[in-house]
Design a protein around this ligand. Structure first.
Ligand code: ZN
Length: 350
């Protein structure tokens, strides 16, 4: 085997050397490119590079577009999720509000009024009662009476709508030869407090409750009512009072404490005290012969009020007495407007 190899080596070497010499003698210059060919080649290379770059740019662009689509889809899914949960919460909230509303409405029609003769006119259950920042709205109408107080800091001044309606009304009355004017409009909580307190101090809380409204419970604090001309009971016999009763609804006002509704409104008949509720509602209430409490299905009673305290408790809080400290005579009048009583009271004092 070894001998055989030794014999073959020189042959292979020869073959390799022969090939090498062929390569050495090969004229490579024949394959060198001419300048034109070189330029062409360079141009082709450049084209290839350009194509590669373009392809790379397209790839980046495609990826960007894909990423954008994914992001948009993600945001869309996220938003849908958020909106769904928001809607769910809102629906739950509304359902809850409805539930509490119906809870609140039911007890507002009190049996207390069933012994009055107005049973057939009692509104049905189903009024919408809302409490907004301490103000009570029934079917969208602000209610202020013995049951429903206003917050101490509620000081809106006179309503511009009520004032405009009043001005229109006085102009119409003037055309009919009658002169209507504001005796008393807006009254602040503190003003009402002082009015009430002065009565309570000199005549006792029991008497003060008869002639005046407790602070927070006067409709005058709402800025939606007026005392017209005179706050004396004799006003009801005047042409002005008759005109007012006949026409005030046309301007959006109601006689707030009508005759015959004393047990429901909690106040004596006041021919001078008008409340603005808007024309449609005023006409409806007046034509049906209702008072506002009946129309809204609510009571007017300090015992039903959230801040309702007994006369004894109120007297202690105010540092006054329940009964007349001088043992004076009582009057039967129970009024929202202590103003009317001023004249009578002062004449008594003098
Ligand atoms: Zn009044």
């Amino acid at each position: 085997m070894i001998e055989n190899d030794n014999r073959n080596v020189p042959e292979e070497e020869r073959a390799v050397k022969g090939l090498e010499s062929i390569i050495d003698n090969y004229d490579l210059s024949r394959y060198e490119l001419s300048p034109e060919e070189k330029a062409r080649e360079e141009m082709i290379r450049q084209r290839i590079r350009d194509r590669r770059r373009a392809a790379e740019r397209r790839r980046i662009k495609r990826n960007r577009t894909l990423a954008l689509i994914v992001a948009v889809v993600l945001v869309f899914i996220l938003c849908r999720g958020c909106y769904a949960s928001y809607r769910k919460k809102r629906d739950e909230k509304q359902a809850k509000a409805k539930a509490t509303e119906s809870k609140v409405v039911k007890p507002t029609v009190h049996e207390e009024d069933t012994d009055s003769s107005q049973d057939e006119q009692q509104p049905e259950v189903g009024h919408k009662i809302q409490n907004v920042d301490g103000l009570t709205y029934v079917d969208g109408i602000l209610i202020v009476n013995k049951t429903y107080p206003l917050p101490r800091d509620y000081a809106p001044g006179i309503s511009t709508a009520a004032q405009a309606a009043f001005d229109d009304m006085t102009a119409a009355a003037f055309n009919d030869g009658l002169y209507l004017y504001v005796n008393s409009g807006y009254r602040s909580y503190d003003e009402q407090y002082m009015l009430y307190y002065n009565y309570a101090l000199s005549r006792g809380v029991a008497e003060a409750d008869r002639v005046s409204s407790r602070p927070g419970h006067s409709e005058h604090q709402s800025g939606l009512c007026f005392d017209v001309n005179s706050t004396d009971f004799s006003f009801s016999d005047t042409a002005e009072a008759r005109w007012l009763a006949a026409h005030c609804a046309d301007y959006g006002f109601i006689i707030r404490f009508p005759k015959g509704k004393e047990a429901i409104t909690g106040y004596e008949y006041e021919s001078w005290h008008i409340r603005y509720v808007g024309v449609d509602i005023a006409k409806e209430i007046t034509s049906k012969g209702l008072c506002l409490e009946e129309y809204l299905g609510v009571t007017s009673n300090y015992d039903d009020s959230p801040d309702g305290v007994s006369q004894q408790q109120l007297a202690e809080e105010m540092g006054v007495t329940v009964d007349d400290p001088n043992g004076g005579t009582e009057t039967d009048a129970e009024s929202e407007d202590s103003a009317y009583y001023d004249e009578g009271y002062e004449s008594q004092v003098q």
